[in-house]
Design a protein around this ligand. Structure first.
Ligand code: HEM
Length: 160
């Protein structure tokens, strides 16, 4: 729009620091997972690509490139990976807390706007993983779209 001087609102993906930020976040996170007594038993058989796939999945949901859905999997495939895993809420909470600790250590943006949107997505996604892990078959169509998460009520990052 002409004469519109409002700053462009970055995606959550851009504000977090782009793909390198997500790849590093999940790399350091899974280093913690594999030595965590609650999580190691359920993730000890994950593939070498697991951490990269989850990084690309989350990056895509938060507005990044469609790397996961176009070359590595789909939302349907992701849901399938959690079936019959019988995760507990204790494991879910540990997964979430280790990820948030890693985000702090790596100094991801910590403005209230970004962190509340990031946490809302992770809370939602991890609770869906928990629900799906109790099922033995998937109740979604194979072409179920990737979720797309935005800033929510704050509408954009903290600008001071
Ligand atoms: C926002 C939340 C989550 C997302 C986006 C997510 C994403 C993914 C993705 C993309 C895969 C497939 C990786 C691959 O292709 O190798 C996967 C697999 C898996 N996830 Fe999650 N996940 C989430 C939450 C959780 C939680 C909370 C747990 C456990 C507490 C969990 C446990 C697992 C397990 C056990 C697998 C299968 C690993 C295997 O192949 O052996 N996930 N997840």
């Amino acid at each position: 729009m002409e004469n519109d001087h409002r700053p462009t609102i970055p995606t959550l993906y851009e504000w977090a620091g782009g793909m390198q930020a997500f790849e590093t976040l999940f790399d350091k996170f899974y280093d913690k997972v594999v030595v965590d007594p609650l999580l190691e038993p359920i993730l000890r058989h994950m593939s070498p690509q697991h951490r990269l796939h989850v990084a690309h999945f989350v990056a895509e949901v938060l507005g990044g490139p469609k790397l996961y859905s176009e070359t590595e999997g789909s939302h349907f495939e992701m849901i399938k990976k959690h079936l019959s895993k019988h995760l507990t809420n204790e494991q879910r909470k540990r997964w979430l807390h280790l990820l948030l600790d890693t985000a702090d250590e790596l100094k991801l943006p910590d403005d209230p706007e970004f962190r509340s949107a990031f946490l809302a997505y992770l809370e939602w996604g991890s609770r869906l993983a928990l629900v799906n892990s109790q099922l033995d078959e998937i109740n979604e169509p194979p072409d179920v779209p990737m979720p797309s998460w935005g800033w929510g009520v704050p509408g954009g990052p903290y600008r001071g």
